[in-house]
Design a protein around this ligand. Structure first.
Ligand code: HEC
Length: 105
């Protein structure tokens, strides 16, 4: 009996950790698809902006901020950068942030 409780506890701990990890990890592949659909037209295929004044991610412009700052920034929008609140879910924005960080070379 005691043994079973221990087993259940272990399983629950692993399940919780897996969920927490899933909630906090970003998916680069999904981020890339989101980028190509929503951001590419201004920020460019490889992050080199095609629209004047849009951040050049290839040079790391706008990326020297925390994920949480960028999340709020992308949700609210700024000047010609559209607001994505209600368009992209929080997790999708975290995915796209992870992706734009890979464009910095
Ligand atoms: C219509 C063109 C356009 C689209 C589409 C667009 N952006 Fe932007 N983005 C801009 C412009 C212009 C700026 C510079 C605005 C400014 O001066 O703050 C910018 C700036 C940024 C910055 C830098 C923020 C900072 O504080 O310097 C980030 C990050 C960003 N965009 C992310 C995104 C993401 C992610 C997407 C897609 C989900 C996206 N943008 C779609 C035009 C666009």
């Amino acid at each position: 009996m005691k043994h079973n409780i221990l087993k259940i506890q272990t399983i629950l701990t692993i399940a919780t950790l897996t969920l927490v990890q899933a909630a906090f990890s970003s998916d680069l592949k999904k981020g890339q698809v989101i980028y190509q659909k929503n951001c590419l037209m201004c920020h460019g295929l490889n992050g080199k902006n095609t629209m004047a004044n849009a951040a050049n991610f290839k040079r790391g412009q706008g990326l020297f901020n925390s994920d949480f700052f960028l999340l709020q920034r992308i949700q609210k929008g700024n000047k010609a950068c559209p607001a994505y609140r209600g368009i992209l879910k929080e997790q999708q924005i975290f995915d796209v942030i992870a992706y734009i960080r890979t464009l910095h070379r």
